[in-house]
Write a protein that binds this ligand. Sequence first.
Ligand SMILES: CC(C)(COP(=O)(O)OP(=O)(O)OC[C@H]1O[C@@H](n2cnc3c(N)ncnc32)[C@H](O)[C@@H]1OP(=O)(O)O)[C@@H](O)C(=O)NCCC(=O)NCCS
Length: 315
Amino acid sequence: MSSGTPVGVLAEVAGSVVILVLLGLALVLGWRRTHGPRTVRVGTAATPSTMRLQRATDLRKVELGPWPVDSPFAPFLRTFARRGIAMRDPVVLARSGGQVVGAYVVDSESEVGGVYGPLEPALRTLLSMQRVPFVFLEERKGQPPGTPAGFVPVDRYDVLRLEPVSARAFESGIVRPMAAADLPGVVQIAQTTYFEAGGGRGLRGGWMDGDVALVAEVAGRIAGFAFATVEDGAALLYGLTVHPQFRGQGLGRELMAGRLSALAAMGVQRAVVEVSPGNPAAHRIAMAAGFVRCGGTVYFSARATDAPDVGWSVA
Ligand SMILES: CC(C)(COP(=O)(O)OP(=O)(O)OC[C@H]1O[C@@H](n2cnc3c(N)ncnc32)[C@H](O)[C@@H]1OP(=O)(O)O)[C@@H](O)C(=O)NCCC(=O)NCCS
């Protein structure tokens, strides 16, 4: 409401400016809240230090500097970050002393966040930068992670490691490298198996980005698949899946043997895989291949309807 006098007009303009400044400030603060940089105190009273959390949006910066992350997934974090940024997924890097010491990566399709590295002191801040209904945290020094506020633990996984990686006998008439034409069959099996897989974005992305990919073909039909991300002489195995109609016939073992053989031929030295002890077939396949436990992860859900798993507990 203008009084029409110069003073009234001036007051109205000043009021609008104040509102604009406040709006701008709210936008900047909102951006800062989700993108950082945000600083968290870590260390002890005797040796205090800080950790800087910032959303990564520049692919070139991901390639720079050392990433001394204390995690079994350390060799693959640059790849996770690179792929996340390329897919416009939230990727938050934690730096201490200028070096990347951890990462929080969210897969927008499955709505699962993963926290890698010793980021417990920064967890609350990380989760406030990007809220997720599901998050997994790593075990530290053999101890399960604490439950983040508002979450319940729903599953746990063993992180298994194999070194050295060696070739195995496998049925080459069944297991072969995946071709582009196999992608629809692979995605269809993934959708049947993992209801949350949506369009199989992770598999498509991995395939497009040059991951090692093998399929099992039975009577002209894609019956299963297995993938691996290779970085710095190490491989992260993922996605071992056999169509329900073909399970229990040894195809899972064949795919694992074919995958390890392909990796050995590439000069890969170490392999890591995450398997739930509650998945006996997958666990048996990994253990029979010589993998040993080197860590663990716990999956948490913020959905009250997700009941905690039975038979185990976390802090
Ligand atoms: C895990 C999976 C790939 C196994 O494939 P598969 O072709 O059925 O496995 P295999 O026939 O090669 O069996 C492998 C071993 O597991 C055992 N096994 C198979 N199904 C089992 C079950 N339901 N319970 C216990 N053991 C089982 C087999 O006896 C075999 O052990 P053995 O060689 O000592 O006798 C398949 O079950 C699957 O696709 N599951 C859903 C996706 C998944 O969970 N993937 C694992 C991601 S890490």
